[in-house]
Write a protein that binds this ligand. Structure first.
Ligand code: ASN
Length: 336
């Protein structure tokens, strides 16, 4: 059987870093050489691959919508030449990039798997080899045609994943959707659906940085504090509320939200809870938000909600369309 071909877009992150006097830094050429010289990656059961190193390689804390665009354009330009795509990325903002790509790509018929590691390949006990090997193997043999994130033997839907552990190998969780696949002695498909390799023209919707604010509520939050976040030029606001979407009932606070939505700010309500979803009909405190024009973000992750707002505001859509699509399940990012 013809060996599959995988394209590896290497953007940076711990996986290819080395120790320096300032802590870990990405080092050009290091990862590519290590992978090419490692017999595991060139076994005949493994797919053929090419690695494209980005310049400069970055710590993912420096990622921005401009980089998301660069990754999407890169994959699009190589789309017909490869069977699957792996994006090597730092873990810190990996879930944001995976979410952004999931919205930007339309008609995806090949897998795009984002992965990285917690310990650099250059260090003892690195999780980089197992993450990259598995991501490549899955991309070649278990083609799930969506943007996913592989980490610690689990393949998650990209826009459902969130960084959940700062220093564990189980760095990611998908609190509101079971993994797409689990990698044990056998590879077990769970939510993922295998897709036949069909050629279809991939579309990439351009994305640009937008004025989006995030307001994390806490008991006793002052009206002045809320006012300082919801300024005139904010196009979208993510409100991280209590429980099933509840907020203080203070009239001044609600008035600020109402006046913002009246002026066209899209306010989306997400829960601060790790798991579960917003239901503004549950309590009077949530219902008050609904009456201010606040939208439900259902069970979206913060990463999915933020990148979806960037994606929708990057197009010339009517305000009502943006409001409608924010509550619509576009790429499997929310449960309704
Ligand atoms: N584990 C990692 O990759 C963390 C690193 N700071 C990054 O996100 O690039």
């Amino acid at each position: 059987m013809k060996r599959k071909k995988i394209y590896i877009a290497y953007t940076g992150g711990t996986i290819g870093m080395k120790q320096s006097s300032r802590g870990y830094v990405p080092v050009a050429g290091y990862l590519t050489e290590t992978v090419k010289n490692n017999a595991e990656f060139t076994r005949e059961e493994m797919p053929l691959f090419d690695i494209h190193e980005y310049c400069p390689l970055i710590d993912s804390s420096d990622m921005s919508p401009h980089h998301w665009q660069q990754i999407a354009d890169d994959i699009k330009s190589k789309y017909d030449q490869y069977d699957g795509f792996v994006v090597l990325h730092g873990t810190d903002t990996m879930a944001y990039t995976a979410s952004a790509l999931s919205f930007m790509f339309e008609n995806l018929t090949k897998p795009v798997i984002v992965t990285g590691s917690q310990i650099p390949l250059s260090q003892l006990r690195s999780d980089g080899q197992v993450n990259l090997l598995n991501a490549m193997y899955l991309a070649a043999n278990y083609p799930i045609a969506e943007v996913s994130l592989f980490f610690n033997n689990q393949l998650f839907r990209g826009n459902r994943a969130t960084k959940a552990h700062a220093d564990g190998f189980n760095a990611f969780a998908s609190p509101n959707l079971s993994p797409l696949a689990q990698s044990g002695i056998n590879i077990q498909l769970i939510e993922g659906k295998l897709s036949p390799y069909v050629e279809q023209s991939l579309q990439v919707t351009p994305i640009k940085s937008q004025k989006i604010a995030i307001l994390y509520l806490y008991p006793g939050i002052s009206v002045d504090m809320v006012k300082s976040v919801i300024t005139e030029d904010v196009k979208g606001l993510i409100l991280l509320s209590f429980g099933v979407g509840n907020a203080p009932q203070q009239p001044e606070f609600l008035e600020i939200l109402k006046s913002a939505t009246d002026k066209g700010t899209v306010i989306v309500n997400l829960t601060q809870c790790i798991q579960g979803q917003v239901n503004m009909g549950g309590y009077a405190t949530g219902n008050a938000l609904l009456n201010c024009g606040v939208l439900s973000g259902y069970d979206m992750t913060l990463e999915a909600c933020l990148t979806k707002l960037h994606y929708l505001f990057s197009q010339n859509l009517e305000l009502e369309t943006v409001r409608h699509l924010m509550q619509d399940n576009m790429r499997g990012e929310l449960t309704r």
